[in-house]
Write a protein that binds this ligand. Structure first.
Ligand SMILES: O=C(O)CCC(=O)C(=O)O
Length: 406
């Protein structure tokens, strides 16, 4: 999950709202116009060391056939969990096939994306996402950052698996986009439900592979408060200068990505960018920072990015599994001992989310920076008696990195 995933030097800044104000006045990412321009605005040009190279060799990631596991075969579950464990210790990426998600639902989710992103900009902006929110439309991140902007548009939804709140995406779409979007909202509500179920199945395999009970992480994520993001990458006439999504590790727990046939996802393994080829029949799964903390650092959350091309728009749908908002992110006892002591402090997902939205652009160091920041705030809390993030007028208590923002 690129936070939207533009990297910065690892520092916590307090004055980004000034740059933001200037930008809001000047730059608009209207994909219908920009996709044809032979020169791209400077804000989208990435530094030389981060520009995409020529061709990234393919990364062969394991394809886990979930068919037998889902139909209850214990030997298949053992074998699948072994392969999942190996991949998650190495780079955190694997594919799942025969996943049981209705292909028609996936096809609908893609076709409604085409309809939405082809709308004129003012129509899409009816659902404009505000800074700090996790829902809505964003045309690049022109309102948030001043450089290294991603060449993409996104539409994000919050999803909660808790019973009795099952219609939230439908309601949101209806409210922001109007009655014509009722069916659109229903498709993504159903898609999120399917993703949440799939994620809980994968959590069983992950629990087995880590040597905790099969039910542990399934139970932990049962009431997940997750996010789905539709990524739309318009063609770019200078694809060698920019990135669709900048290098980042996902701050969330587990990502289930469905990409169309165009391709563009790349993962950094052994210091080399490698591509993950697209296959409409599979989902790409990766571990995020929150799960890295839950596994006490045993599973890796790995740096990835997306490149763009000059000809064809590209779409991907990302479901970011997150714990229920009030759940503490703390590893099970089985994963902590004297040889493998606690690596990260306890936190809740909303604390990490807020950190990535207000104080830090997600990159490969997010979890480490967040842990340091939390430790500082815990000691500050002991001194000043306030919880991290407590508002005092317009100020907030953030330890040594005291933040002031409006
Ligand atoms: O579109 C892709 O392939 C990657 C998307 C991604 O990394 C994200 O949305 O965080």
């Amino acid at each position: 999950m690129a936070s939207d995933s533009i990297t910065s030097k690892p520092s916590i800044t307090a004055d980004h709202h000034h740059a933001k104000d200037d930008l809001e006045k000047s730059l608009v990412f209207d994909a219908q116009v920009l996709r044809r321009q032979s020169n791209i605005p400077q804000q989208f040009v990435w530094p030389d060391h981060e520009k995409p190279g020529v061709d990234a060799p393919e990364l062969k990631v394991p394809v886990i056939d979930l068919g037998d596991f889902l139909s209850g075969n214990p030997a298949a579950a053992m074998e699948a969990s072994r392969v999942v464990g190996e991949a998650c210790k190495k780079h955190g990426f694997f594919l799942v096939a025969n996943h049981g998600v209705d292909q028609r639902l996936i096809a609908h989710a893609h076709s409604y994306m085409d309809d939405f992103f082809q709308l004129p900009l003012p129509e899409k902006q009816k659902a404009q996402r505000k800074i700090g929110e996790s829902c809505g439309y964003a045309s690049s991140f022109t309102g948030r950052f001043s450089s290294k902007l991603p060449w993409k548009e996104t539409f994000s939804f919050s999803y909660t698996a808790e019973k009795n709140s099952s219609k939230n995406i439908e309601e949101y779409c209806h409210e922001r986009m109007g009655e014509d979007f009722a069916e659109f909202g229903k498709v993504y509500q159903n898609y999120c439900e399917a993703m949440s179920n799939l994620a809980l199945g994968i959590m069983e395999l992950i629990g087995m592979s880590l040597g905790v009970s099969r039910a542990h992480f399934r139970e932990y994520f049962k009431d997940n408060d997750s996010i789905t993001r539709l990524n739309y990458y318009p063609p770019c006439q200078k694809p060698e200068l920019t990135l669709g999504t900048g290098p980042h590790s996902d701050p969330t727990s587990l990502t289930i990505l469905h990409q169309d046939q165009v391709g563009g996802l790349q993962v950094l393994v052994d210091n080399e960018w490698r591509s993950i080829s697209s296959n409409f029949d599979t989902f790409v799964i990766n571990i995020g920072d929150t799960f890295m903390a839950l596994s006490n650092g045993i599973f890796k959350s790995c740096l990835h990015r997306a490149v763009v091309n000059s000809q064809t728009p590209r779409k991907s749908l990302a479901f970011f599994l997150c714990p229920k908002n009030d759940k503490m992110v703390t590893p099970p006892n089985e994963l902590v001992d004297t040889c493998n002591p606690r690596k990260y402090p306890d936190f809740t997902w909303p604390m990490l989310f807020e950190f990535t939205q207000k104080h830090y652009r997600s990159d490969m160091n997010t979890l480490e920076m967040f842990s340091n920041w939390l430790q500082e705030n815990i000691s500050c809390q002991r001194t000043c008696g306030l919880n991290p993030g407590t508002r005092v007028g317009q100020d907030e208590c953030y330890g040594r990195a005291k933040m002031v923002y409006t």
